[in-house]
Design a protein around this ligand. Structure first.
Ligand code: TXA
Ligand code: MG
Length: 351
């Protein structure tokens, strides 16, 4: 299949480009598009055929449910039931934006979209291209991240092209996304809401609006543990993983530098391809041919935005061993470390 790759200006989405994208979605086709978090692979959320095509294009297990993207409150009520006062308060505070909430599903949402579950994940994106596509197509868009299953989520159209060119009808290239890690997922079907996936909207931000919020144990585990069943089916899969062996090194900054330099030396002696992932502030301290800055420690946002691009680069350069600094786990740092630990298969050492 020939994939149409269309550059779009997020501030000024031209009629013709928009119409083409909407036409493809309306006729059951797939369109990848930018959101504020990562690129999504969109299809008609109410069409089982479109859902099957999404799973096939991504190579994703079909028990892993898709997020339904809506443009307004009417859309929320049309796909979800039993929406609590707390949920409306969160919607008012954070929608449109990078928060996904899980509710009981309405009959019309097919089980193929929800991976066989009676619940549905709903999100109202704020990115102008995503919002315009939903509005103008008149369709609720089921959209997982637009990557091949298991690879890091795409934060640029180039990543989508790498993974999905020739497998879908259209890619809308709106440049680099702003946040760079996926939305916070909050399960609203329990009495006390539960964070199933940490993201830009932190526990503290949610608690400020509705009081107590829990975190699913699968989010905070220290190592892969089969006895803990993640409530978001997608969180159980090995994710974001580069092909090389990624090790996260923790400890006092000088100790981390020392230990990583020693590890790099050891592996380079063995003629292995080695890379280091460091913060902007410390990247000059490493003696390694391949040192990548992930962003500044002063702005968690820059680290989140750079993470997936760097994980993909590790494969591009054929890194066999990768050593990464660790980052603070408060605020959005929890989402960053959650993704890094998964990418490392929970392999971390103390310097
Ligand atoms: O930021 C995002 O959320 C991006 C953009 C495109 O919106 N989407 C995204 O989708 O990350 P995806 O499919 O890559 O991740 C969705 C996650 C999966 O872990 C899935 O298991 C979980 O949400 N999920 C979806 N519906 C669920 C449900 N009904 N119950 C529990 N978990 C659910
Ligand atoms: Mg994904």
């Amino acid at each position: 299949m020939e994939t149409i790759i269309q550059k779009v200006n997020p501030e000024f989405f031209e009629d013709e480009e928009l119409k083409k994208g909407c036409g493809i979605l309306q006729s059951g086709g797939l369109v990848a598009f930018p959101t504020e978090t990562v690129y999504g692979l969109g299809g008609d959320a109410l069409s089982p055929e479109a859902a099957h095509r999404i799973y096939a294009a991504k190579g994703r297990p079909s028990d892993n449910p898709l997020i339904v993207h809506v443009a307004d409150i009417d859309g929320v009520c049309d796909v979800a039931r039993n929406i609590s006062q707390e949920a409306w308060a969160l919607a008012k505070a954070f929608w449109p934006g990078p928060l996904t909430m899980i509710f009981d599903k309405q009959e019309k949402v097919p089980l193929s979209t929800t991976g066989g579950l009676e619940t549905v994940a709903v999100r109202m994106p704020v990115h102008p291209v995503a919002a315009a596509l939903i509005r103008c197509s008149g369709i609720y868009i089921a959209a997982p991240s637009a990557n091949i299953s298991g690879r890091p989520s795409p934060t640029k159209a180039e990543h989508v092209i790498e993974d999905l060119n020739g497998r879908i009808e259209m890619i809308l290239d709106g440049g680099q996304v702003g946040i760079g890690i996926e939305s916070t997922i909050l399960d609203m079907t329990d009495k006390i809401p539960v964070i199933l996936r940490p993201g830009y909207i932190t526990k503290e931000m949610l608690e400020e609006v509705i009081g107590e919020v829990k975190i699913d144990p699968a989010v905070t585990i220290e190592e892969f543990d089969r006895s803990i069943v993640a409530k978001a089916p997608g969180m159980k899969y090995r994710h974001y993983a580069p092909k090389g062996r990624l090790t996260i090194v923790e400890g006092r900054p000088e100790k981390v530098v020392e230990r990583i330099n020693a590890l790099v030396h050891e592996k380079e002696e063995e003629h292995k391809k080695v890379a280091v992932i460091a913060a902007e502030e410390s990247k000059a301290d490493y003696r390694c041919r391949e040192v990548y800055s992930i962003g500044s420690r002063k702005t968690e946002g820059s680290i989140a935005a750079g993470l997936y691009d760097i994980l993909r680069k590790m494969d591009d350069i054929g890194a066999e061993y990768i050593f990464a600094e660790s980052f603070a786990e408060d605020g959005m740092g929890q989402a960053i470390m959650n993704r890094m630990l998964k990418a490392a298969g929970y392999h971390r050492i103390r310097a």
